[in-house]
Design a binder for this molecule. Structure first.
Ligand SMILES: O=C([O-])CC(=O)C(=O)O
Ligand SMILES: [Mg+2]
Length: 387
């Protein structure tokens, strides 16, 4: 059994939306296929992966550096001890040979994308849904019912508060109980009006989370905290620079509600620094590390171990990114839920066809692998790559 090829294509996922930091007019994502020589049901097993929105496609790194490290490794060195499947941890070690520690910029995105495809292939070879395989390996019970929230509320040319309200209404009609909107891309007064418009729309049918995308300095972060704390928000997200742990820690004194951050921390060491120095509170705050941007599930398992050692439950993790990979991790390893972008970044985000959000939760279908084969628009794009 061996990996015979790794293919990458960089695809546009552009849209006219804007958060407080970036617009998505030139956004791209890498789509990766890990092609094996295993045949199941008359079909070659191919694992697929892609990176989450927010970081760009990683074709250069994947094609020039990481692909060859896997293809040039002795195939036996990438197998599990039983010799009946690939081993994601050994493949990860092969990818990361001759890489210095630290500096987790774009490399972690390239590795995370390949790692997603590797886990997809492994769970297809085992003929199990990834979430079932993960739960079994850990010796825990999987829970196929996963909390999901609707992320949107972007700044958009010509979008007024009634369009924002309509957007949020649409999420409620689709079964969501938590919705998220962007802040920090307008004046504080305008953001307050946007927030009040959304709260008037959702009333007690849902809760609202707000996301500043790391925009604020301490002074602005505090001004927003004082404004926001009068509302019953689900969370106040990514307030300051993702690596400014002192700012994050200072916020705990001014903002009694829940805070969330971590989508731009790309290694278990960075995540550990957040826990050590960021003043995050395990009884109410949320961690959004996204394996697709941060060296994949092999690394995310290290992050979960670190959290456990430092007294954090996996149920405080609701990853960024809205992809089925994190849905599987949530269902298999008891995370608190997953992000979802009902109207954005298609066909990559979302759920297999026919999966409906009910009372803010979805039920994972029993599909082998990550479940991409159950999403017809996505698997069509994936199969175009190699099959
Ligand atoms: O707008 C973005 O970059 C995405 C984001 O922060 C999120 O989904 O939380
Ligand atoms: Mg965010």
């Amino acid at each position: 059994m061996r990996i015979v090829d790794i293919c990458e294509v960089t695809k546009p996922i552009s849209s006219p939306i804007r958060n407080a930091y970036i617009d998505f007019s030139k956004m791209t994502a890498s789509l990766v296929a890990v092609v094996t020589d295993v045949v199941k049901d008359g079909r070659r097993v191919v694992g697929y992966g892609f990176n989450s929105n927010g970081r760009y496609g990683q074709g250069g790194l994947i094609r020039e550096r990481f692909r060859d490290r896997i293809l040039e490794a002795d195939p036996a060195s990438l197998m599990n001890d039983a010799g009946d499947n690939l081993d994601a941890h050994k493949i990860w070690a092969a990818i990361m040979q001759n890489e210095k520690p630290g500096g987790h910029g774009e490399r972690s995105v390239a590795v995370g994308t390949i790692d997603m495809a590797v886990w997809d292939a492994i769970s297809k070879i085992e003929e199990k849904p990834l979430f079932r395989m993960l739960a079994e390996r850990k010796g825990v019970e999987a829970n196929p019912r996963v909390f999901v929230y609707a992320a949107g509320g972007y700044y958009y040319p010509g979008k007024d508060n009634s369009a924002l309200r309509n957007e949020m209404r649409g999420y409620l009609e689709r079964g969501y109980t938590v919705v998220k909107m962007k802040i920090g891309g307008a004046s504080i007064d305008e953001d307050q009006r946007r927030i009040e418009a959304v709260l008037a729309e959702i009333r007690d049918e849902a809760q609202l989370a707000v996301d500043a995308n790391g925009r604020f300095d301490l002074e602005t972060a505090l001004a927003y905290a004082k404004m926001l704390r009068q509302y019953p928000l689900f969370w106040y997200e990514e307030i300051g620079d993702p690596l400014d742990y002192q700012l994050q820690a200072a916020m705990a004194e001014f903002y009694p509600g829940s805070m969330a951050t971590g989508e731009n921390l790309f290694s278990h060491q960075d995540a550990r620094n957040l826990i050590r120095y960021g003043g995050m509170r395990p009884d109410r705050d949320w961690l959004q590390f996204d394996c697709a941007l941060s060296y994949g599930l092999v690394e995310y398992l290290r992050t979960l171990d670190m959290l456990d050692q430092l007294g954090w439950s996996p149920s405080r993790c609701i990853p960024h990114g809205g992809h089925q990979m994190s849905l599987n991790i949530a269902a298999g390893l008891s995370l608190g839920g997953n992000e979802s972008y009902p109207d954005l970044f298609q066909p990559y985000g979302g759920f297999p066809d026919g999966v409906k959000v009910e009372d803010g939760h979805i039920i994972m279908p029993e599909l082998p692998g990550i479940g991409f084969e159950g999403k017809s628009d996505l698997i069509a794009v994936m199969r175009d790559l190699v099959e």
